[in-house]
Structure formats: structure tokens, C-alpha cells
Design a protein around this ligand. Sequence first.
Ligand SMILES: CC(C)(COP(=O)(O)OP(=O)(O)OC[C@H]1O[C@@H](n2cnc3c(N)ncnc32)[C@H](O)[C@@H]1OP(=O)(O)O)[C@@H](O)C(=O)NCCC(=O)NCCS
Length: 159
Amino acid sequence: MIEIVEAGPEDWALVRDVRLRALADSPEAFGTNLPSAQALPEQEWRDRLSGPHATFLAMVDGHPAGMGGVLLADDPDVAWIWGMWTDPAVRGRGVGRRFLEALVDWATAAGRTPYLHVTEGNDGARALYVSCGFVPTGVRRPLREGSPLQVEEMALTRG
Ligand SMILES: CC(C)(COP(=O)(O)OP(=O)(O)OC[C@H]1O[C@@H](n2cnc3c(N)ncnc32)[C@H](O)[C@@H]1OP(=O)(O)O)[C@@H](O)C(=O)NCCC(=O)NCCS
């Protein structure tokens, strides 16, 4: 059974655990690296989960098996989807798609257009985004400072 639940400040240790698993598993998929996430104090995790942004966990058969979030940008029309990850043990079972739909719903309910970044070569994630209607905006930038990898910006603009 797959459940997508919004995490609050009281869930900080669970979110930290899943986020560290994600960064260890897929370092090239995310702009943050593992050491910087490991170094964050408890209060920072709690603050990030206190709103106005949203972080969701995927519970599969009662166990945390994925996460992702939506960040409200300073631009009032834009919401950034970030950190989408599902545990390798449950991939290919529809968790990522359910997750993305939940994040998109939350962003659109907030009146924002969902945007995201995907690393060049991450064809599985990109296929998921395209199948949900995301299109490239043409903007690219390095994954993180000094990285030779580029990320592609995509947006869900419903016409
Ligand atoms: C990308 C990711 C979140 C997908 O999660 P998932 O739970 O396996 O996704 P789903 O089972 O819901 O698959 C949804 C769609 O994604 C696409 N997809 C996922 N993995 C794929 C792969 N390896 N190859 C091709 N397409 C893939 C397909 O379009 C699939 O739809 P289909 O099953 O109808 O063909 C997961 O692979 C992951 O965590 N990867 C590592 C981290 C990452 O890359 N995050 C994205 C950062 S931008």
C-alpha cells in the first residue's frame, strides 16, 4: 500500500533519514550533497518543515520509502519541486508517479506553476516528468558550483 503524507516539524528525524538515504543513493540527482545535509542541525530540519513550503514522505506498507518537496519561490507564480526520490527497493511500482502528482497538486492549489530541475542523463526521472506534462524551458545550469554536470529546467505549463 502506498501513502503520500505531508511531513511536519515533528517528523524531522524521519525526513532527515530518508533525505540522507536519497543523497547517498543518487548523489548526481540533487544539487545538495550528503556532507552538507549531514551537517544540518535539528533546528534547521524543523524550520524547513514548518511551512510555508511542503515536504512529503511516501510510506510503502508502513515504511518510509521516498520523499520530495515543493518550495514556494519568491516569484509568486512559481513553485519548485525538489528532492524526488524513491527507495530502489520499491522503484517501478508507481510511487514516483503518485508522488509527483501529489507535489503538482499542492503547487497548483497554491496557485503556482510547478518547475523542477533534472540532471542531464537522468532519463528515468525525465521520462516521468515528460509523461506528467513537464516541458523543458530551455534553461540549463550546473548541478552545483564546480560540477561538470548540467541540470535542465522543466515546467508544467497547462495551456
Ligand atoms: C525517478 C524516480 C523518483 C522514479 O520513481 P519510481 O517510483 O520508480 O517511479 P514510477 O514507478 O512511478 O515510474 C513512473 C514513470 O517514471 C519513468 N521511469 C522511472 N524509472 C525509469 C527508468 N529507469 N527508465 C525509464 N523510465 C523510467 C517511466 O515513465 C515510469 O512510467 P511507466 O512505469 O508507466 O513506464 C526514482 O527512479 C528515483 O528515486 N531515482 C533516483 C533519484 C532521482 O533521480 N530523482 C529525481 C531527481 S530530478
